[in-house]
Design a protein around this ligand. Sequence first.
Ligand SMILES: C[S@@+](CC[C@H](N)C(=O)[O-])C[C@H]1O[C@@H](n2cnc3c(N)ncnc32)[C@H](O)[C@@H]1O
Length: 359
Amino acid sequence: MSSEEHLLLSSFIKKIHKDLRTTAETQGVEKAWSNHCKNENALQEYAQCMKRLATEHWDKKHKGDIKNSRNAWIIHQARTYFENEIYLAKRQKELTKKEKNHLMCSVKTSQFQTPYKLLDVGSCYNPFKNVENIETTAIDIGPASSDVYKCDFTSLNLTDLNEPMDSIISKNSCPPIQKNSSNSVINTKSKGGHNHDRSYDVDETLDCNVISSMCKESFDIVVFSLLLEYMPCSKLRFQCCVKAYHLLKYEGILIIITPDSKHQTSSNVQIMKQWKQTLQAIGFKRIKYEKLTHIHCMVFRKSCLVNQINEDIYLSLGELLIPQDSNETKSEGVILNTPGERGEDDCVAQDFTSLPSQS
Ligand SMILES: C[S@@+](CC[C@H](N)C(=O)[O-])C[C@H]1O[C@@H](n2cnc3c(N)ncnc32)[C@H](O)[C@@H]1O
């Protein structure tokens, strides 16, 4: 991928994030989010840009490298958690301790069996679809491929019943990306055509299923990879974490990847500490934190069983802030390194937080 194309794609992505945050400030989060989710052309264009950037630029160089690829890190951590003897012994020990002390949490053991059930929220292009021993359900407000369910996680209904998935799925055809739109980053033409007026093909229409409800406690793993910073406010992020909590089985894990373009020493450590506290208040325990070059990678285990999570938790300490909440303008104008010189994590962080805005 040329650096020109890379710049174009990542600037578009960053602009969508920024516009959403600006609209949320002026119109209110609810209205801005609702309008955003209805803007099929923008969602589809974002999806194709993101897929292209991730698969052709970020993921290609570092496939399988757990120190440089967020997807490899995620799978490695999931396997380690469910299969590594040390983790298993640790979990068993904690369980016994809790039972002994009659803690407030009602303890019940859950059986994890392969294939592990993974929910990838904000999946975009379904990067975990062919992973051995993992059965992935991929959802996104703007799917980039037809094996991703169309779903807004913030308005997903949770059911108690063991309702079969099929009954809550309906068909949806995402509209084609608007041709010759003046704002369009992607030049559209019919698939396989010979007019080389764009750098890659996109599907003209995407036939994807829509999902509106899911059963509580039906997943072993929930993944939020570069999802939370898409949300224009802290409360929406908090609600997503609460939802993930309910969807996980007891002792299941929530894996969060979030970008940070600062260097290790001056990284947003305080912000990550705050996330840890908030998630702890929900009922998660952070069991792994790793700062790769420019992303924070975290694994949280569902460690308590609570029926209802009090919204007061959010009011008292529940902020899930990101640097862009406060320093939107500061991040503009940062000079971009040559994309070819950067590692994947570096690219991810730069593409999300430090690219000059197009506007
Ligand atoms: C930055 S992309 C990350 C894609 C992929 N997870 C990765 O790591 O490469 C964020 C994705 O989250 C999706 N998304 C944002 N909010 C969502 C929501 N409430 N429900 C479902 N998907 C959402 C966006 O459409 C977008 O595809």
